[in-house]
Design a protein around this ligand. Structure first.
Ligand code: BGC
Ligand code: CA
Length: 293
């Protein structure tokens, strides 16, 4: 039997809705967001220090840019942010996003496009969709009819894209064309059982297995590429939200979490809710690409 891995709360900060961890290989730091506190965070594990930058709107996800600074998915769409000058500038504001929507899960594909999904902020109606922002700033809507966009990640060979609607408990897979970013042949990858939470953020490890944070299920689950559960890691928090590999050897899994919607007595049973965790899962991740635009 596999022993339980070491899990450490590396930053016990009670985020409301911690999300979107992104390990920047160049800076050796972990960017992440607290969507509802409207904060960009950057954690430096070598110093044990976390910095924050306030945003004017809910901030769903981000990625560092090749030329420096960040691309961020705010409620109103894609923006560039310069953390040194603290300047925000619109990059692409998709038309037709209803007022009830905000942006949520997002990251770069291995070719350096930035993808982010939107969602109904009340998590009731399927007004969300998935957008792809290309380095030339062309912005395309790729999927629609989604209640809550999550679990975006790509196989190591970039031939498969994964993406979920959390409230349908379903993660789909698509054939992915790395040259064009086109997606095709949508099929169900997994459906999460009712007692195991709902699929939230995901990442792919160097063996091509998919790790999914199961919100409400107190767990991280590792799936093989056929969708079979091969490992379950129980977390000390009910709402783990997203994993990302980091560290100089990409062998530390960082996991964000949320304290939103938890009553005082539930929080009492998980005092680190909203913290940032490291998990020694015994596998390595893959480096994430910076946004090329
Ligand atoms: C969203 C939350 C949502 C959760 C469900 C997160 O990505 O930001 O609003 O409740 O997913 O899994
Ligand atoms: Ca998420």
């Amino acid at each position: 039997m596999m022993t339980a891995p070491e899990i450490t709360c590396v930053h016990d900060c009670h985020a409301v809705l911690g999300e979107g961890p992104f390990w920047d290989v160049r800076e050796q730091r972990l960017y992440w967001v607290d969507i509802k506190s409207r904060l960009i965070h950057r954690f430096d594990p070598s110093a044990g220090r976390d910095e924050t930058w306030p945003m004017p709107e809910d901030v769903g996800s981000l990625a560092p840019r090749d030329r420096g600074g960040l691309v961020v998915a705010l409620k109103s769409g894609f923006h560039f942010y310069d953390p040194v000058e603290r300047e925000l500038a619109p990059a692409a504001l998709p038309d037709g996003e209803p007022a009830n929507n905000r942006f949520n899960d997002g990251k770069t594909d291995r070719q350096g496009r930035f993808w982010a999904g939107s969602m109904d902020d009340a998590e009731k109606v399927p007004t969300g969709g998935l957008y792809c922002l290309e380095p030339n700033l062309r912005c395309r809507k790729m999927v629609d009819g989604i209640i809550c966009s999550n679990s975006l990640c790509w196989s190591p060979d970039s031939r498969t894209m994964y993406y979920a609607d959390s409230w349908r408990r379903t993660v789909w897979a698509w054939d992915f064309d790395p040259a064009t970013g086109d997606i095709a042949n949508r099929r169900v990858f997994i459906t999460v059982a009712a007692d195991a939470g709902i699929p939230d953020g995901a990442t792919v490890d160097s063996e091509g297995f998919i790790w999914i944070a199961q919100w409400g299920g107190w767990r991280l689950v590792r799936y093989d590429p056929t969708g079979k559960i091969v490992r379950t890691i129980m977390m000390p928090v009910e709402q783990p939200s997203c994993p990302a590999f980091g560290g100089s050897s990409l062998d530390i899994m960082y996991v964000t979490s949320a304290s939103i919607h938890l009553s005082a007595d539930r929080i009492a049973r998980q005092p680190q809710a909203g913290g940032l965790f490291s998990v020694d899962a015994g596998v390595k991740g893959l480096p994430e690409a910076r946004f090329r635009g």
